[in-house]
Design a protein around this ligand. Structure first.
Ligand SMILES: *[C@@H]1O[C@H](CO)[C@@H](O)[C@H](O)[C@H]1NC(C)=O
Ligand SMILES: *[C@@H]1O[C@H](CO)[C@@H](O)[C@H](O)[C@H]1NC(C)=O
Ligand SMILES: *[C@@H]1O[C@H](CO)[C@@H](O)[C@H](O)[C@H]1NC(C)=O
Ligand SMILES: *[C@@H]1O[C@H](CO)[C@@H](O)[C@H](O)[C@H]1NC(C)=O
Ligand SMILES: *[C@@H]1O[C@H](CO)[C@@H](O)[C@H](O)[C@H]1NC(C)=O
Length: 419
């Protein structure tokens, strides 16, 4: 008994200890298992999040680089920074280029795919810092609104010669006109994306706003002249540039014409946005400062009213801008045009000049034969441009220009010292 008793006690104790060990092991295993499960869930969660965000940031990788299909392998992420991996997977011409300020302030290529709505919005932007962070040489934007070729282009070529950097040229032509002059021409690659234009219709104003908006994209353009294919310059470049840059006013003609062909074209439905006392008339051929150009491209108030209610005998090109400027900023314009036209013969079309009309006496009468105020003082130079000149006037004009306007000779000597 005595020998049995302790053994029984020992067995009992062993059984107790054994079950305790089993219980401990089971608990330990359960703990480990739940830890592993929690760890697995945690890792799984993070792996998922990591992959989702990866796909979120680079959803287009499969499309751009079909030879590198997306795989969840993490070495993609570890070996290199995401941006360098991204650019290495892109074709080189799609990779991010480092643009300079100059790309932003002066587009190299006039051709673009912006809609009018996009273009006008972009052109309406004005820097809030008044000082330019670069050496800004103000330029005159010459905006030609034409159907096709410029018959008087050789005269303009002479006019612009040797003044690079002080002007920009913009051509709005019929969309089907695709002629490109030689690379040596000042008109080379100066066409802007154009739309069909109909005389006296809203499409004419659209073309003018399109020209202004394209020219505004170059932040160095300070003055903007609208010209037709029959326009000629009346002075040399230096004189015209100085006259415009020093002027405190724009030259957008705007006046109240009490007659039927003025106030008679006002439509009561324009009220109250435009009243009869706001109503103005003026020549289509304007010259405006940058500030006024921005006002014109940003107008979303008066344009729709004119578009809807200015119908023949109301012509938008004779009333829209004169009325808009009168409403918005009447103090900015001299209220007269800088482009001379001969209406003396009456009728609805101005006189068209032909070869035999052109002489030094005739040109000087237009150049110095008027009185007007310029920056508040009397001036005999009231017009810088004139229209309408037939293609037949080119030859006599080319003869007169160097002798009377005298800049091109000195210029050709500068370019070709051996001549
Ligand atoms: C990028 O370059 C490739 C070949 O070099 C060319 O086929 C493709 O048209 C170019 N894409 C663009 C947007 O210029
Ligand atoms: C142009 O006319 C408006 C009124 O229509 C006037 O307020 C403005 O002062 C005029 N501009 C000049 C330079 O006289
Ligand atoms: C311009 O003014 C001057 C001096 O005031 C005068 O002699 C001349 O006749 C005027 N010219 C015109 C075209 O009115
Ligand atoms: C033209 O504007 C400038 C600068 O705003 C000013 O100093 C000058 O007095 C103005 N001239 C006239 C004639 O108004
Ligand atoms: C431009 O014309 C003016 C007179 O209108 C003249 O004084 C000046 O010398 C001419 N400029 C050049 C560069 O020939």
């Amino acid at each position: 008994m005595s020998a049995k008793e302790p053994s029984i006690t020992r067995i009992r104790r062993e059984v107790r200890e054994g079950s305790f060990q089993i219980a401990t092991t089971v608990i330990f295993c359960l703990c480990m298992a739940s830890f592993v499960v929690i760890l697995a869930v945690f890792i799984n969660d993070h792996v998922k999040k990591f992959m989702v965000s990866e796909e979120f940031y680079y959803p287009h990788l499969n499309i751009i680089a079909p030879l590198h299909p997306w795989s969840p392998s993490s070495h993609f992420h570890c070996n290199s920074s995401p941006s360098s991996s991204l650019s290495s997977m892109l074709p080189s011409n799609l990779s991010v280029t480092h643009s300079t300020l100059m790309d932003w302030i002066s587009p190299k290529d006039l051709w673009h795919s912006m809609t009018d709505e996009e273009l006008l919005w972009r052109a309406s932007m004005v820097p809030c810092i008044v000082e330019y962070p670069y050496n800004r040489k103000p330029k005159v934007a010459f905006m030609f609104l034409t159907r096709g070729r410029l018959p008087l282009a050789p005269l303009w070529e002479k006019f612009f010669k040797c003044h690079e950097g002080l002007f920009s040229i913009y051509l709005h032509t019929s969309p089907e006109f695709t002629y490109e002059p030689p690379q040596s021409s000042v008109f080379y690659k100066r066409r802007i994306p154009s739309q069909p234009v109909h005389w006296g219709r809203v499409t004419m104003i659209d073309a003018e706003r399109r020209l202004l908006a394209n020219a505004l994209l170059d932040f160095s353009n300070e003055r903007f002249v609208l010209l037709s294919e029959t326009c000629i310059p009346l002075f040399n470049f230096t004189t015209i540039y100085t006259y415009l840059m020093n002027s405190n006013h724009s030259f957008l003609s705007s006046f109240d014409d009490p007659r039927r062909i003025g106030r008679g074209r006002y439509n009561k439905r324009m009220w109250p946005t435009i009243t009869l006392s706001n109503w103005r008339k003026g020549s289509q051929w304007f010259e405006v400062s940058r500030r006024l150009a921005v006002e014109i491209v940003s107008d979303v108030t008066y344009y729709p009213v004119f578009q809807e209610h200015c119908l023949p005998p109301c012509y938008m090109d004779e009333h829209y801008l004169p009325t808009l400027v009168n409403k918005r900023c009447p103090e900015l314009t001299s209220n007269t045009s800088i482009t001379w036209t001969d209406w003396s013969q009456g009728g609805s079309h101005p006189k068209r000049f032909v070869r035999r009309d052109v002489s030094v006496t005739f040109l000087n009468r237009v150049r110095f034969g008027f009185n007007c105020t310029y920056n508040g003082v009397m001036s005999s130079i009231c017009f810088l441009f004139a229209r309408k000149f037939d293609p037949s006037t080119l030859e006599p004009l080319l003869k007169i220009f160097p002798t009377q306007f005298g800049d091109s000779h000195r210029c050709s000597v500068m370019i070709n010292p051996n001549h």
